[in-house]
Design a protein around this ligand. Structure first.
Ligand SMILES: [Zn+2]
Length: 291
């Protein structure tokens, strides 16, 4: 038998890059959550893979758009809530414990970083598990709303969720028969507490992230094509300030020219191999036989 060939040398450029930094500002995007079953909306060239997200103006002013949004959101909710943190989320949480990850800013609205244990997280585009009334400002839990939507659409939900992909387009006929939710208190329109296209990131949230970037000595982008300006502007600010920039993303990004290190690879496995870990947390406890 021929001897096994040696395993391919691990790409340790990112590990070495991270090891050189003391206070890293991390910006994450959809590529961190695809392994958790939450779909990415863009392909490797940064183009839309499916129907682009709803614009806020149409959501507010067009009943059919509002209805379609909530019908699709309602059908996709079970899959969304079934998602669990993946390798990328766990890697960032471990890195934060090890001390050189200063601030994580995510463009994702799934809260998977927090569920993995990350604490210094800014949800730049908000969170999908909270709903806000556009009339009176009341905030409610999305799971509670799902229950009342289900109660108002007892037969509808079964038909829609039976579709193979909960996020798939729902037939127009099915949307017409859907009763979209309204605020219990004032009858106003309800919107998830996320930044829609056509909206700006709230000023104080942006300032919080920008202040963190001012204290950072490097910026890492993970799993984002940076096609949305609200994320891209942090990379531009970092570049203007002379900070070293690294990017891990499958496919092209808007900031490839600004990075000193670009790795086109899976975010979860790349980060898992590269982040520093607090050795105290890895020391075996009790009778563990080392491999
Ligand atoms: Zn209201």
């Amino acid at each position: 038998m021929r001897p096994m060939p040696p395993l391919a040398a691990a790409d340790d450029r990112l590990r070495r890059w991270i090891a050189r930094q003391r206070r890293v500002f991390v910006l994450t995007g959809a590529g961190c959550s695809t392994a958790s079953g939450i779909p990415d909306y863009r392909d490797d060239d940064g183009e839309w893979k499916r129907r682009p997200p709803v614009m806020i103006q149409a959501f507010r002013s067009t009943d059919a758009v509002y209805k379609r949004y909530w019908a699709r959101a309602c059908a996709g909710w079970p899959r969304f809530t079934a998602a669990a943190p993946g390798a990328a989320h766990h890697a960032f949480a471990a890195w934060e414990s090890a001390g050189t990850l200063l601030q994580l800013v995510t463009q994702n609205v799934d809260r998977l970083h927090q569920r993995a244990g990350s604490r210094a997280v800014i949800d730049l585009h908000g969170r999908l598990d909270v709903v806000v009334c556009l009339g009176c400002g009341a905030r409610t839990d999305r799971s509670e709303l799902q229950a009342s939507i289900a109660a108002a659409n007892p037969l509808w939900l079964a038909d829609a969720v039976a579709a193979p992909d909960g996020d798939a387009d729902i037939a127009d006929g099915l949307i017409e028969s859907f009763a979209a939710p309204r605020c219990d208190r004032c009858g106003g329109l309800l919107k998830p507490d996320v930044v829609f296209f056509g909206e700006n990131v709230p000023v104080d949230r942006y300032a919080h992230a920008r202040d963190a970037l001012a204290r950072a000595d490097a910026l890492l982008v993970a799993g984002s094509s940076l096609m949305v300006y609200s994320g891209f502007r942090f990379v531009r600010l970092a570049h203007d300030a002379g900070l070293p920039i690294a990017i891990v993303n499958r496919g092209r990004t808007r900031a490839d020219d600004l990075a000193e290190l670009k790795i086109s690879a899976d975010v979860g496995s790349t980060l898992s191999d590269a982040v520093p870990r607090d050795d105290r947390q890895r020391r075996p406890v009790g009778n563990v036989t080392p491999l």
